[in-house]
Design a binder for this molecule. Structure first.
Ligand SMILES: NC(=O)c1ccc[n+]([C@@H]2O[C@H](COP(=O)([O-])OP(=O)(O)OC[C@H]3O[C@@H](n4cnc5c(N)ncnc54)[C@H](O)[C@@H]3O)[C@@H](O)[C@H]2O)c1
Length: 267
């Protein structure tokens, strides 16, 4: 039997990048998927967001693997859209076993040049977004006395990032939410953990480089942070960690921070 047979995973930011790779990895291991994504360009940052075509093709790929997939277009900042997506998932599958709070944005800005709009968008999407989704999913997990919540933070949720103070603050905040939720939800048999990837080869990585007028490789060479000689990791590397943490093999992992950083944080 596949490892996640009979399980339901709700994934935000699922249209492309790490969210999509994780959705497909779960589906390959037998899970049904609820794929949530804003699926359109939003005001900030100026790079490519997921699209409704990507959500549709994800559904087709999940179904080709013999699993079910509900797709929901919405912004993690929008409580009505989040509530509707969770309800749609419950109507279809009856439960949510795994929540991957993955949707997020990133952009560079020096502190003295950062606008209110940039600060607010970063905090609203990366920090309040996971709160919005988690508070709507948790009642169903409590009902089943079972669940796993995995927050996609970043290495920047455990260190500082140059010209990334708003991003760094949002990701440290998410690390804090992980610990607080783990305490609160342990009595309900709900585990909460965070993952902390180094640079990942996704549209976000490409978009950030383009906004700097550089190639992704030029950015990676300039930072040269990874101990292992790779410029970045692949979305599937982050997905592998998510699947391990969601599995019963990780049954006593809660409240912790898990690196997939090619050694970056060791120095
Ligand atoms: N790419 C990296 O180098 C890297 C490294 C560490 C952590 N992360 C974190 O991993 C997560 C996923 O990043 P990625 O690299 O796959 O990014 P990505 O930009 O390639 O994909 C993010 C997805 O989230 C969606 N999204 C963005 N804002 C949303 C919103 N307000 N509501 C709903 N959906 C929204 C986008 O449409 C997109 O499909 C993010 O939280 C990011 O901060 C990324």
């Amino acid at each position: 039997m596949a490892e996640f047979e009979g399980k339901v995973a709700f994934i935000t930011g699922a249209a492309h990048g790490q969210g999509r790779a994780t959705a497909l990895a779960f589906a390959k291991e037998g899970a049904d998927i609820a794929a949530f994504d804003v699926a359109k360009k939003i005001e900030y940052p100026a790079y490519e967001f997921g699209t409704s075509d990507e959500l549709k093709s994800l559904k087709e790929e999940v179904e080709a693997l013999g699993r079910k997939c509900v797709i929901c277009a919405g912004d993690v900042r929008d409580d009505e859209a989040v509530t509707a997506a969770v309800k749609k998932t419950i109507d279809e599958f009856g439960k949510i076993d795994i929540l991957f709070n993955n949707a997020g944005i990133c952009a560079y800005a020096e502190v003295d040049k950062m606008t209110d709009d940039e600060w607010n968008a970063m905090i609203d999407i990366n920090l309040k977004g996971p709160f919005n989704v988690t508070r709507r999913v948790v009642p169903y997990m409590k009902e089943k006395m079972s669940g796993v919540i995995i927050n996609n933070s970043s290495v920047m949720g455990l260190r500082g990032g140059r010209r990334l103070s708003h991003y760094t603050a949002s990701k440290w905040g998410l690390t804090g939410l992980t610990k607080a939720w783990a305490i609160e939800l342990a009595p309900f048999n709900i585990r909460v953990v965070s993952i902390h990837p180094t640079g990942v080869n996704t549209p976000m990585n490409d978009g950030l480089a383009a906004m700097e007028g550089k190639t992704p490789m030029e950015i990676a060479e300039a930072s040269a942070g990874n101990l292992q000689p790779v410029p970045w990791i692949e979305p599937e590397d982050a997905a592998n960690l998510v699947l391990f943490l969601a599995s019963d093999k990780a049954r006593y992992c809660t409240g912790g921070q898990y690196l997939v950083d090619a050694g970056l944080l060791s120095v």
